[in-house]
Design a protein around this ligand. Structure first.
Ligand SMILES: Cc1cc2nc3c(=O)[nH]c(=O)nc-3n(C[C@H](O)[C@H](O)[C@H](O)COP(=O)(O)OP(=O)(O)OC[C@H]3O[C@@H](n4cnc5c(N)ncnc54)[C@H](O)[C@@H]3O)c2cc1C
Length: 226
């Protein structure tokens, strides 16, 4: 097989769609039986929208997202600064003068649908990759249901990637001390499509509007606090 992609998350599926568009044969191996439903990443910036235009992903995202053109930083009721996302002037980036907000599951659906319409095969689900071994001319991908050989192998398994193959198990890992609590809840503010960052000596509370009348809150959780 010319290319084997490990992982059908946003990275693996976007790559599969682009390879299909270029006529490169590939398969995608995915451990999960079904796509995840989690919200996770919600903001897609102008540069990404521009990069995904040709594949058809961007049109699908635009039909489902909320367009956020402004963010404010506040201390109490006072606005200390305003960030304009619609002030993008550089070349093609100006085509998307906003941050598109969309739960990650919906973004992944858009990527998957665009990949399929570009001729990408559906991922082979329920296949757990156990190791990837460099055999010189090809790589051997060892899975729980047999081996696959690829001229090129792309490990797009997110944070699990470093555990899959000794080829990328380089031991570099840093602990990230900050912790955040996040939730997507019905938006009962009057903020409309505006992102807000509340600054307070005790921490930071961010909130981002989402489609469907929802708002994402992210609260910084001070180390050691309960
Ligand atoms: C709670 C939360 C909030 C987040 N918020 C943001 C945010 O606001 N902004 C932002 O930019 N990012 C955010 N992220 C991070 C974002 O979700 C990831 O960066 C993104 O999902 C990475 O995409 P990916 O395709 O590289 O990996 P993933 O989405 O992790 O996909 C990897 C895929 O590989 C599969 N896989 C793993 N191991 C194997 C194996 N051995 N064999 C076969 N398949 C395998 C997995 O099942 C999965 O489907 C958040 C993450 C979380 C958890």
């Amino acid at each position: 097989m010319p290319v084997v992609i490990i992982g059908a998350g946003p990275v693996g599926m976007l790559l599969g769609g682009e390879l299909a568009r270029l006529g490169v044969e590939h398969i995608t191996l995915e451990a999960r039986e079904a796509p995840g439903a989690g919200s996770r990443a919600i903001g897609i910036h102008s540069a990404a929208l521009t990069a995904m235009s040709a594949s058809g992903v961007t049109d699908r995202i635009l039909s489902a997202c909320l367009q956020v053109r402004e963010g404010q930083a506040r201390v109490g009721a006072a606005t200390v600064t305003t960030i304009r996302f619609d002030a993008v002037r550089a070349g093609s980036l100006a085509s998307f003068p906003f941050v598109a907000t969309l739960p990650q599951a919906a973004t992944e659906s858009a990527i998957t649908a665009a990949a399929a319409s570009n001729g990408a095969p559906a991922p082979e689900r329920g296949v757990q990759v156990l190791d990837v071994i460099d055999e010189g001319a090809t790589c051997r991908v060892i899975t729980d249901s047999g081996d696959v050989h690829g001229d090129a192998v792309v490990i797009a398994a997110g944070s699990r990637s470093r555990h899959i193959s000794s080829l990328i198990r380089d031991g570099r890992r840093r602990a990230y001390p900050d912790r955040y609590v996040m939730a997507d809840v019905p938006d009962d503010t009057d903020e409309g499509p505006r992102a807000i960052v509340h600054l307070h000596p005790d921490g930071v509370l961010e909130s981002f509007p989402l489609p469907g009348g929802l708002r994402r809150y992210v609260a910084w959780h001070r180390a050691g606090s309960t």
